[in-house]
Design a binder for this molecule. Sequence first.
Ligand SMILES: Nc1nc2c(ncn2[C@@H]2O[C@H](COP(=O)(O)OP(=O)(O)O)[C@@H](O)[C@H]2O)c(=O)[nH]1
Ligand SMILES: [Mg+2]
Length: 252
Amino acid sequence: MSDLHSRDDWPAGRVLVQAATYNERDNIAPLIESVLAVSPDIQFLVIDDDSPDGTGRFALELADREPRLHVLVRRGRRGLGGAILEGFRIAKRRGFEVSVNMDADFSHDPADIPRLLAAMHPAGGRPVDVVIGSRRVPGGRTVGWPLSRHVASRLVGYFTRWVLRVPVRDPSGGFRAIRLDVLGRIDDRPFAEGYAFQEDFLLRVHRAGGRIFEIPITFSDRTRGSSKADFAETRRSIGELMRIARRTWWGR
Ligand SMILES: Nc1nc2c(ncn2[C@@H]2O[C@H](COP(=O)(O)OP(=O)(O)O)[C@@H](O)[C@H]2O)c(=O)[nH]1
Ligand SMILES: [Mg+2]
């Protein structure tokens, strides 16, 4: 089964916004519109894992009419981490300098993208490799989550900080601006393929001496579609985090 993708003639650009999607049919069209409206200079890549609800194929149709929209429908594989990594590789190959990653369910507000990009160049400071849109720095918030999600997210936060030793307050969020040349400097052994990719990636950037910075965002729980962070996905990411911890502490 081969992948499907939109037209091959991409305009040249510096910033590529990316969203991985799985069953986001009700979110995808308004998301594309809001992201492309942020600035005429940005382009948008949707990486869909052949969603049964047709998200990817619908996005492919939209891309026919929009030169700044690109779509990859991966077939025969599934996973948030794998999709994000594939997006990074495409962005690099196409000559982009910065990738902005976000969820496709409007938990991340496209209007925050310019703030993320601006934070990559602190006045007088060393350029930042990864800017995280963070719920856990002063001014950051999470709206609409049940208690269970808050608890799980806090636990992953503590684990990443104290076991993996990555000094980040919100390591599991997916709203980030990433300087793509950092990819050439980090450990490139196979990454976690599921949700734990987020922590895995930060760990490698931190260990390579990369600079990570958090700016506050308001994260709002989705109003359309449903979360893919179900029991199976949660179990998978716990297993991935344990493997990462073992590698961190015992090198294997
Ligand atoms: N391509 C791809 N995207 C995924 C997969 N799982 C989740 N996503 C996307 O990743 C983002 C975060 O997932 P979501 O279900 O909202 O998780 P939650 O915010 O933790 O509840 C959304 O844009 C999803 O559509 C997957 O297996 N493949
Ligand atoms: Mg979500």
